[in-house]
Design a binder for this molecule. Structure first.
Ligand code: ME8
Length: 526
């Protein structure tokens, strides 16, 4: 740690950890990219960021997938964790640690929290009888299940097949936590978001909580229960604990734990809100550990409105998308298209629409047109502006307000809202550029042309700084053609000095197009 780090405010954020029984899809990519954008924003804004992601490697689902393939669970997770790490690299995910729940320090953390819950009197041995979904690694109450025409029982909550399970099991006294959880939700209304999804969690808790079965004896692919090797922990006990392992738990006096815990935000999908906003705070309360500040629940992405599934063959690999459209384009599309928290849909035409309208036209063309005019008519140097007219001042004020807007939006994970506002300002700047017509001023009023070009470049500078978290490569290229440095230190400095205007006299490199239009590949002749 450098001396400057200790002066920075810590910010700890996490994604869910993925089951490595399959391959990553666009839904996973969506969560990684959103969390990554937030991590990048906070780093630029001067925070000391800890960003944790990884794989959830225990449990019956993994054990069954391995058995089907005729490999050991460890072989399966080693192979697939690498696939997930490649996906992270392809998506430009700037995590600080990729945790695997088979990491040795994670066993220690999981057993430590178990012992704390046990010491608090919240764990007892009993017998479990009920409906279990292997797909969800979750138990469902009778009223949450239904018998369907195929003779099988399904979860009404997630549509997954259930099996009747009876075994000796340790239980966690979740029933003791109903009032405490409701008090938490009332005292910290920001604990869960968005409100509609959080309200579903609250109603679930108001409906009454049953004790939770937290161990299994029918397989051994898990963290052993301390003091009883016949049992492994229920996979969610160990999975949720990853957020503690990632910052040094069980060593609560460690520098990492002291600095980063409690987490600022867990970013997760809507299917696992109950685990994060009910079980997790209850486990932590029992163990006497501080609670995370927020659980942000995003929606699901569907392929053209249809749920992704292997059997439908509509699962898109994130790396294929990146190869087809470009990394920054994919990151932008996912965060711009769907308000974070809502469900959304993607298809080829929607991606191309965003690429061509928002990126190539509204941003790329504006940059290309203004910068090539500066190259031709101002000797490639940022011109000195004259007195600003009302139109100039208005557009500069709009751009100048973007940082505060972005800060507020990122604080509540409203990535879509931040991008929407930036593109609104770009739309106004395009209208301004068209109204002012600097290509006509070139013949009639050179000084005025210089002012209009200056104002346009200044908006582009502010926009480039603020789109870095979403489109790091394209933003760096834009900053470079605007004569700005592009090292990580430059980025933090420029962000802090965003309100210092573009310096007239800055020498600009030759402009280069940043966002090419997407052209459909020509049909293959036969
Ligand atoms: O739930 N759209 O892992 P997972 C958007 N191991 N998000 C989606 C999605 C979709 N179509 N499909 C899945 C698990 N997700 C557990 C988490 S955390 C302690 C343990 C999201 O691989 C999903 O909601 O099934 C979750 O946040 C993440 O992808 C991993 O899902």
């Amino acid at each position: 740690m450098t001396s400057t780090d200790s002066a920075k405010t810590p910010y700890y954020l996490t994604t869910a950890i993925t089951y490595p029984n399959g391959v990553p899809h666009i839904g996973h990519a969506y969560e990684y990219i959103a969390t990554d954008a937030l991590a990048r924003f906070k780093r630029l804004d001067g925070y000391d960021v800890m960003f944790l992601t990884g794989t959830d490697e225990h449990g019956m689902k993994i054990a069954q997938a391995a058995e089907k393939e005729g490999v050991t669970p460890k072989e399966l997770v080693d192979r697939n964790a690498a696939v997930y790490q490649e996906a992270h690299a392809a998506l430009g995910i700037s995590y600080d640690r990729f945790i695997r729940t088979t990491d040795a320090d994670h066993y220690a953390a999981s057993q430590a929290i178990w012992k704390k819950m046990e010491a608090a009197g919240d764990i007892y041995l009993g017998k479990y009888e009920g409906w279990y979904s292997v797909r969800d690694e979750a138990y469902y109450g009778d009223d949450e299940t239904e018998l369907r025409e195929d003779g099988l029982r399904y979860s009404k909550v997630t549509d997954t097949e259930l099996t009747w399970t009876e075994e000796e099991s340790y239980f966690f006294r979740l029933s003791n936590y109903q009032e405490k959880l409701l008090a938490l939700y009332a005292e910290q209304p920001e604990f869960g978001a968005p409100r509609t999804r959080f309200n579903e969690v609250i109603s679930f808790v108001k409906g009454g909580l049953e004790d939770l079965s937290v161990s299994r004896t029918t397989f051994d692919w898990g963290v052993p229960v301390p003091g009883n090797d016949k049992h492994v922990m229920y996979v969610w006990v160990d999975a949720l604990t990853n957020y503690l392992t990632g910052v040094g738990y069980p060593d609560e006096s460690s520098e990492a734990f002291q600095k980063y815990w409690p987490a600022d935000v867990h970013i997760i999908g809507k299917d696992i809100s109950r685990f994060h906003a009910v079980y997790w705070p209850a486990f932590l309360m029992s163990a006497g550990i501080e609670l995370p500040k927020r659980v942000m629940i995003h929606g699901f992405l569907h392929n053209n409105g249809v749920k992704m599934s292997k059997s439908l063959g509509n699962v898109v690999a994130p790396a294929d998308w990146v190869a087809q459209y470009g990394l920054d384009q994919v990151r932008f599309f996912l965060l711009r298209e769907v308000p974070f928290g809502a469900d959304g849909s993607y298809n080829h035409d929607a991606v191309v629409g965003r690429m061509n309208a928002d990126l190539a036209n509204n941003l790329g063309n504006l940059a290309q047109r203004s910068l090539s005019m500066v190259a031709k008519n101002c000797s490639g140097v940022v011109p000195v502006p004259g007195a600003f007219t009302a139109a100039d001042a208005s557009i500069l004020a709009e751009a100048g307000a973007l940082l505060e807007h972005a800060r507020a939006a990122y604080q509540v994970q409203d990535f879509h809202g931040s991008l929407e506002r930036i593109w609104h300002v770009l739309g106004d700047t395009n209208a301004y550029f068209a109204d002012q017509a600097p290509w006509i001023l070139r013949k009639t009023d050179l000084a005025r042309m210089e002012t209009v070009l200056y104002v346009t470049l200044e908006v582009l500078r502010i926009v480039s700084i603020l789109i870095q978290p979403v489109m790091p490569d394209a933003a760096a290229k834009l900053l470079s053609v605007l004569g700005q440095g592009t090292s990580p230190d430059d980025a933090v400095r420029q962000f802090a000095a965003i309100s210092s205007p573009l310096a007239a006299g800055t020498v600009l490199p030759a402009p280069a197009p940043i966002f090419p239009r997407y052209e459909e590949p020509a049909p293959v002749e036969v």
